[in-house]
Design a protein around this ligand. Structure first.
Ligand code: 4AD
Ligand code: MG
Length: 437
């Protein structure tokens, strides 16, 4: 760290440590500004927090006063030196009584004011991304990602880097982004799963954190065209072990986030205690039971229907912990899921649904090992087995039982942060009508 950097105190530290009576310098952006004659009240924001700075004309040099007056537009970049004083009226309980003030950049009129429409804020997302709420969400997301890596590390998994440019659709062709790859057809990866399956034969336990792409043609509160996918795959892992792994992983992530990001969670309206309470086991429900419950609640569903957001909302509304939905009809699930040995119409698949109505955050299964079954299921889905020749090879050379899962990071963050819309779980959302900025 350079000397120049070292002499600025993060605002969080000014607020939390005993700085009262001391002179400190902070560096940040003007978050709110109010003038009152020979006095300026400037709330300064840095990446850590906000603090009110008061600049009095007769307490600073003429130059410092001029600098401060030039920075009364919000988002001006400034440094403030001042003495910390307790002030219960100020946000955070302290104020910085300026002794010096410099302008790094006096901003133009910022285009964001109160009561902007959601669409406008999305149009200027490169600026609206500075909001305290989105900042808190991005910090929570960084902690969630760190927690994922830490958990996999603890479990002896290898991080790997599967391709994003792929040749075959893992989750069916209806939502692929297709493009020309030097004269051949290629797609943007929907899931790294098939490649992770290839990697378990050398590394045994593998994971990847990659962007995944789905050409979702509908607008929903939980679909992005580009999202971040955490996927794990483990050799010799059976269905029960898979479920235990997922329960432990989600609990670990929730608890670590509660411990490390309580301030951000509170700002977003999530009580950290609720996240600390997420621990195994999660309630379980077979698909058939879920259909029964939905019917009782008056939903027009039949056995064999895929469950959408509305159904998941009803199923999870009353739970505090995520729920495990298992044993789906093979017909509604992907070709690679292993059949239930006790009922060949069902698969050893488990979705994890976030509680409080948020819905699916994980899709997972034990994988089918039988090549003939895989081929017939590919054909039944209208896929050409020849396109999956490399994948089918994996069942010829030392095939072993194995399982894996994929978790949508923005789905998880949406639940943890209680976000209305998944787009706020990613800085620059890609949805059907939006690829700018
Ligand atoms: O359930 P999905 O489609 O399963 C797979 O892709 C498996 N191949 C994963 C695996 O076993 N390795 O997707 C997995 C998860 C979903 O549960 C959801 O959390 C997320 O990815 N997801 C999306 N997130 C945001 N926007 C979308 N359009 C999403 N589609 C799936
Ligand atoms: Mg799914």
């Amino acid at each position: 760290m350079s000397n120049e950097q070292a002499c600025f105190t993060p605002i969080e530290e000014v607020l939390s440590s005993n700085c009262v009576g001391k002179e400190v310098s902070v560096r940040g952006w003007v978050y709110r500004a109010r003038t009152s004659g020979a006095m300026l009240f400037l709330v300064i924001r840095d990446s850590t927090d906000i603090i009110q700075a008061t600049v009095k004309k007769d307490r600073v040099s003429e130059q410092a006063w001029k600098n401060a007056e030039a920075c009364t537009r919000i988002e001006s970049a400034v440094t403030v030196k001042g003495v910390v004083a307790k002030d219960d009226r100020a946000t955070g309980g302290f104020e910085l009584q300026a002794t010096d003030f410099t302008a790094i950049h006096a901003a133009d009129v910022f285009p964001i004011a109160k009561d902007n429409s959601e669409e406008w804020l999305l149009d200027i997302r490169h600026l609206s991304i500075r909001s305290r709420e989105l900042t808190a969400v991005m910090k929570v997301k960084a902690t969630v990602l760190a927690a994922c890596r830490e958990f996999f590390e603890k479990k002896g998994y290898w991080e790997t880097t599967p391709p994003i440019i792929a040749s075959g659709a893992c989750e069916g062709g209806s939502t692929t982004f297709n493009f020309d790859y030097f004269g051949k057809k290629a797609i943007l990866s929907q899931s790294a799963q098939l490649y992770l399956e290839a990697l378990i034969f050398s590394l045994e336990k593998v994971y990847a954190i990659t962007p995944s792409f789905r050409a979702e043609k509908s607008r929903t509160l939980r679909h992005l065209a580009e999202y971040w996918h955490v996927e794990g795959e483990e050799a010799h892992m059976n269905f029960e072990q898979l479920i235990a792994f997922e329960e432990e992983m989600i609990s670990f992530i929730c608890q670590k986030t509660a411990k490390e990001r309580p301030k951000e969670l509170e700002l977003l309206g999530r009580n950290p205690e609720e996240m600390l309470a997420i621990a195994p086991p999660f309630p379980r429900m077979a698909y058939a039971k879920a259909i029964e419950i939905l019917k009782q609640k008056g939903m027009p569903v039949e056995f064999g229907d895929d469950l959408g957001a509305d159904e998941e909302k009803i199923l999870t509304a009353e739970y505090k912990k995520p729920i495990l939905l298992t044993h789906f009809p093979a017909k509604i699930k992907a070709f690679y899921m292993k059949r239930d040995p006790t009922d060949e119409n069902l698969v050893l698949g488990a979705d994890i649904l976030a509680p409080e109505g948020y819905g699916e955050i994980i899709g997972s299964s034990q994988r089918e090992e039988d090549n003939e079954l895989l081929i017939s299921r590919l054909r039944a889905d209208g896929s050409d087995p020849a396109a999956f020749a490399w994948y089918l090879d994996l069942r010829k050379y030392g095939s072993v039982p194995h399982s894996g899962f994929g978790m949508g990071i923005e789905r998880l963050v949406r639940w943890i942060c209680k976000l209305d819309h998944i787009r706020d779980a990613i800085p620059f959302p890609r949805v059907i009508n939006r690829v700018y900025p």
